[in-house]
Design a protein around this ligand. Structure first.
Ligand SMILES: Cc1ncc(COP(=O)(O)O)c(C=O)c1O
Length: 397
């Protein structure tokens, strides 16, 4: 029977051995074979990347991680999906597998802080140079391409300041110049944007966020096309990157409700934004919330939905009163990771500082007395979230 992706996510795996609705968790280091011949045959099958049902050693995964790989392969329309122990592992896997001394990479300035840090600081130690481009300027990206450019890394939207880019333009430029492309799609998830179908070579998601959805698991998913598969597999096997069966199980469980949760995050976000946009102290909402809002057209051009992470720009001469606003929220927790069931708030410091470029933004224009607070709108009753925001916003002076 032909199934929609939402139905597929409810019924991806049957467990005929245990007759349970959920798959077993296969924790394994040793994987057993009946004969040496069977083992050799199986190794050959893995090399050909054909219908792999299990690996030959637990370091490469177990039946539980293969089940997750298969679900994500379908969701991403990918040739293969590499699973890592954290989201960041997926980014490191892509960069370390594909970049070599003498290469340059071009990275959008709005990427997640540690992505900036690995690009600029760690790769530099291997003589790989990162150049950052203004996510609001395709021309700036184009100008930075040289013969040495190996890869373009985009985060769309940037998960603090929510710039949306013209993705097809980036893909055509990269294809023309034979440059590899990687998109961090954690915000939109492959349910709302399929980077590989757009022509990106790699689609990355931190599975810690919406895939798992319950703030109790960590993982990364690097979905790839055939072109980059072999090189990444080579590094994956030798680096020891992997996801545990327990985390894979939790992420499989989370994915069953991905579509339902995302719809509710979006619904709640719209209601909360309706309240936020009437608040005088909030001068901008960084989210594609209405036609005419910044980047709305680019969001609409590529995405079939929006999720629950946004930022608000607060005007205040008194930074400590903005901190007081965040501190006094009762339902919104103060924490970095997002994509779980719960609401979160955090004051973002994006200013460039001399010794810590890693978290700083070269191309973001900070105006005096403006502060960015990032909010994750969770699955609580939005009426309660509004009450919470209302009682805390009064602290802003
Ligand atoms: C956009 C984005 N990409 C990647 C990561 C890294 O994921 P993880 O925390 O699972 O290592 C994060 C984490 O916050 C993120 O927000």
């Amino acid at each position: 029977m032909k199934k929609s992706i939402n139905t597929f996510l409810k019924h991806p795996i049957k467990d005929s051995t245990n007759r349970s609705a959920n798959p077993p968790i296969a924790r394994a280091s040793t994987i057993l074979f009946d004969t040496m011949q069977e083992m050799y045959k199986h190794e050959a099958k893995i090399k050909q990347h054909k219908n792999v049902t299990h690996y030959t050693y637990g370091r490469y995964g177990s039946t539980t991680t293969i089940e997750l790989e298969n679900i994500l392969k379908e969701l991403e329309k990918a040739y293969h999906v590499f699973l890592t122990g954290t989201g960041f592992g997926g980014i490191a896997l892509a960069l370390m597998s594909l970049c070599r001394p003498g290469d340059e990479i071009i990275v959008s300035d709005n990427v997640y802080g540690p992505t900036k840090e690995i690009s600029e600081k760690l790769l530099k130690e291997f003589n790989i140079i990162a150049k950052f481009y203004d996510p609001n300027s395709f021309d700036d990206l184009k100008k930075k391409v040289t013969k040495k450019t190996k890869l373009i890394l985009v985060e769309n939207p940037g998960s603090n300041t929510f710039e949306f880019q013209d993705l097809s333009k980036i893909v055509s430029l990269a294809k023309r110049k034979k440059i590899l492309t990687l998109l961090d799609n954690t915000w939109g998830t492959p349910l709302y944007l399929k980077p590989l179908e757009l022509g990106f070579d790699m689609s990355f998601s931190s599975a810690t966020k919406y895939f798992s959805g319950h703030s109790d698991a960590m993982g990364g998913s690097l979905a790839v096309n055939k072109k980059v598969f072999k090189k990444i597999m080579f590094f994956y096997k030798l680096s020891g990157y992997r996801m545990s069966a327990d985390e894979a199980y939790l992420i499989i469980r989370g994915l069953r409700t991905l579509d339902t949760r995302l719809k509710q995050h979006y619904q709640n976000t719209k209601i909360v934004i309706n309240f936020l946009k009437k608040q005088k102290k909030i001068i901008e909402i960084l989210y594609p919330h209405k036609p005419g809002s910044k980047n709305y057209k680019l969001w609409k051009k590529y995405y079939t939905g929006a999720t629950g992470l946004l930022s608000i720009v607060i005007k205040s001469k008194n930074k400590s009163s903005v901190i007081k606003f965040v501190n006094s929220l009762e339902l919104f927790g103060i924490g970095y990771s997002w994509g779980g069931f719960e609401s979160l708030a955090i004051l973002q410091e994006l200013k460039l500082s001399k010794d810590e470029y890693s978290q700083g933004r070269k191309f973001f224009k900070y105006n005096k007395n403006e502060h960015i607070v990032r909010l994750h709108i969770g699955l609580e009753d939005p009426k309660d979230l509004i009450t919470d925001l209302k009682q805390s916003l009064r602290y802003i002076k």
